[in-house]
Design a binder for this molecule. Structure first.
Ligand SMILES: Nc1nc2c(ncn2[C@@H]2O[C@H](COP(=O)(O)OP(=O)(O)OP(=O)(O)O)[C@@H](O)[C@H]2O)c(=O)[nH]1
Ligand SMILES: [Mg+2]
Length: 605
């Protein structure tokens, strides 16, 4: 199916033409019928003799309903531009042309209609129209002359429309979905239904989608209709009605979008390039931005005449290359067109940031530049670049490296160097201040790296930075390799302690002994980390082999044994034997039978 939107000045015959082509009534509102005027979007479809199916989205021409017109043309890949032969090119003809140009719609057909009313004026209307469309995306669109009421020229129109549709690029059925909602209503017994023009991808019943609207939530496709037929699956292009049974109809509106979950950046701040219309430095700073069926009030911060930052009143699913219509709500006309250049913008905080941003955006190609996106962030997931709307991501751009699980990240090596240097400096400073510290805590390291320029984008990259810095991460800290075994000034005290414990393995030193050896809690903890001592409590230390040695002695006793028998066998004191036995209990090597008796637990063979 192909989706074609109409366009053209009020009363020029758009709806009459759609009626003549489809036999369906696009003006579905009673008020439209009464006034003979289209107010809101109308929908009708037909099958061309070639077998191609065409759905028309019929728009209003009246300037008061320009917002509705933009919602109709916004998601349409093809337009049918109508000019009445007897009226010629008029004001809203120009507005609609500007909207189509801003939206970058390149496929279309010009229909000079009402030819029966003024056959003599047909040549001049064609000439005016050609002149008005010169230089726009519709400059080379075919022109056909018809009378919708008499039916003349309609078969030629259908043939030319078929040719235009044949050249329109086929949408990718595997693409992520962004269905802009144009209507939402309730059907008795079925619940909430929304409709829209599917321009890429495939929708299936049972699909989970994210509704981006007043609130963002997950919804399930309960049913699908296309051309009033229930279907299990719809592929772009198509007009589609989606049943979202569980959702109240009033919680979803025109301008909301149903999107593939996690596949779209949803943002209210974008950097754009002006493609046509009023220069940004002269433009009013508040207007309405139209994209798809959405109309969002927005504020502009101009960087220069062609570049600026838009802040929308609500977040929308946006991608690089999206084309926006900027409308001055007071003037009922198109103010300018803009192309989205960045959907994940850098903060501008310092003086001169705006000018620097303008310079950076000025060299950005229309389709975006993956390398520039990576450089600015130091590293980014390729998936994210895809979500931004970048294409050509099959090859790593020159100067970047693919890293991480499944090469999922692209990295700018100078950024890795900067992060590694910052980490090295912090670790060195930490160990200079606290030589016996196990290293720099990872949390501290991450905080530090997130404050760098560019900030480290994700904690999963920490390992890479640690490696690059020639450090090692273990037990939640980052340190130079070998740091753990270096006890520094505590070395003589620990060595003396080891000598004494080798002589009397279970005679743990008293607090006084430790003090005279200059071994405090910190030094003992460092010695334990270095594998030199075993701590049963903060200040109760033995050699690491003490447990195995104790088990051998206890195994030689008659089972069960008393605490006192154990103390004698190990040649130690109550101060040591109680915590030692409790430690063995905790390991499951001994079992306590009653307050005084224990036995050793036989090991499984
Ligand atoms: N004689 C003649 N009248 C036509 C033809 N096409 C449309 N009309 C008349 O022109 C008037 C306007 O037609 P519509 O189809 O409502 O025009 P429209 O462009 O849809 O108008 P809006 O939706 O309000 O912008 C109606 O009275 C139609 O009957 C035609 O080919 N010949
Ligand atoms: Mg109409």
């Amino acid at each position: 199916m192909y989706v074609v939107a109409t366009a053209g000045h009020v009363d020029h015959g758009k709806s009459t033409l759609v009626r003549a082509l489809t036999g369906m009534e696009p003006d579905r509102l009673a008020e439209e019928q009464r006034r003979g005027l289209t107010i809101d979007l109308g929908f009708a479809w037909t099958t061309l003799p070639s077998g191609r199916e065409v759905a028309f989205v019929d728009v209003p021409g009246h300037e008061r309903f320009l917002a509705n017109m933009l919602a109709g043309v916004g998601p349409a890949p093809v337009v049918c531009f109508v000019v009445a032969a007897d009226k010629g090119w008029q004001a809203q003809s120009s507005d609609h042309r500007d909207a189509i140009t801003a939206l970058g719609i390149r496929h279309g057909l010009v229909v000079v209609t009402r030819a029966d009313r003024a056959p003599e004026q047909v040549p001049i209307t064609i000439a005016e129209t050609r002149a008005a469309l010169a230089g726009t995306s519709l400059a080379s669109a075919p022109v056909v002359v018809v009378s919708a009421t008499e039916g003349t020229g309609l078969s030629d129109l259908v043939r030319r429309l078929d040719e235009v549709l044949a050249t329109a690029p086929a949408p990718d059925p595997a693409a992520r979905v962004r269905l802009w909602v144009d209507r939402s209503f309730t059907i008795k017994g079925a619940g909430t239904v929304v409709t829209g023009s599917l321009t890429a991808g495939t929708l299936r019943t049972g699909d989970h989608l994210t509704l981006v609207g007043e609130t963002t939530r997950t919804v399930t496709v309960r049913g699908l209709h296309s051309r009033n037929q229930a279907v299990r699956e719809v592929t772009a292009h198509a007009r589609v009605a989606v049943n979202l049974r569980e959702l109240p109809a009033e919680s979803i509106h025109r301008g909301d979008a149903l999107v593939t979950p996690d596949a779209w950046p949803v943002t209210d701040t974008i950097d754009v390039r002006r493609t046509m219309g009023t220069g940004f430095t002269e433009a009013p700073q508040r207007f309405v931005v139209h994209l798809g069926t959405a109309a969002a009030p927005a504020r502009l911060r101009p960087f220069d005449d062609d570049h600026g930052r838009l802040t929308l009143s609500r977040p929308l699913p946006l991608q690089l290359g999206d084309r926006l219509v900027l409308r001055d709500p007071g003037a009922h006309s198109v103010l300018a067109g803009a192309l989205v250049l960045d959907v994940d913008v850098p903060a501008l905080t310092r003086r001169g940031d705006g000018a620097r941003r303008a310079a950076a955006l000025a060299t950005r190609p229309d389709g975006g530049d993956p390398a520039a996106e990576v450089e600015r962030r130091g590293a980014i997931r390729v998936e994210r670049l895809r979500a931004f709307g970048l294409t050509n991501l099959d090859q790593v751009p020159a100067g970047l490296t693919a890293v991480g699980p499944g090469d999922g990240w692209w990295l700018h090596p100078p950024a890795l160097d900067r992060w590694a240097e910052a980490l090295q400096r912090a670790v060195t400073a930490k160990l200079a201040a606290e030589p016996l510290a196990p290293g720099l805590p990872q949390g501290t390291a991450l905080d530090l790296l997130k404050r760098q320029t560019p900030p480290l984008p994700d904690a999963t990259l920490l390992g890479l930075v640690v490696n690059r810095a020639g450090l090692e991460a273990r037990g939640g800290t980052i340190r130079p390799p070998g740091h753990a075994t270096d006890l520094g000034t505590a070395e003589p005290g620990v060595a003396e302690l080891e000598r004494r414990l080798r002589e009397r393995p279970f005679l743990a030193p008293e607090a006084d002994d430790l003090a005279s050896l200059h071994l405090g809690i910190r030094e003992l903890a460092a010695a334990e980390r270095a594998g030199r001592l075993l701590r049963l409590a903060d200040q109760l230390v033995l050699l690491p082999d003490a447990l195995a040695r104790a088990m051998r002695l206890l195994a030689a006793l008659e089972q069960p044994f008393t605490t006192s028998e154990a103390r004698q066998a190990l040649d130690t004191t109550r101060r040591v034997i109680i915590p030692l036995l409790e430690h063995l209990d905790a390991r499951g090597w001994t079992r306590r039978l009653d307050p005084t008796h224990r036995q050793i637990v036989p090991r499984n063979p």
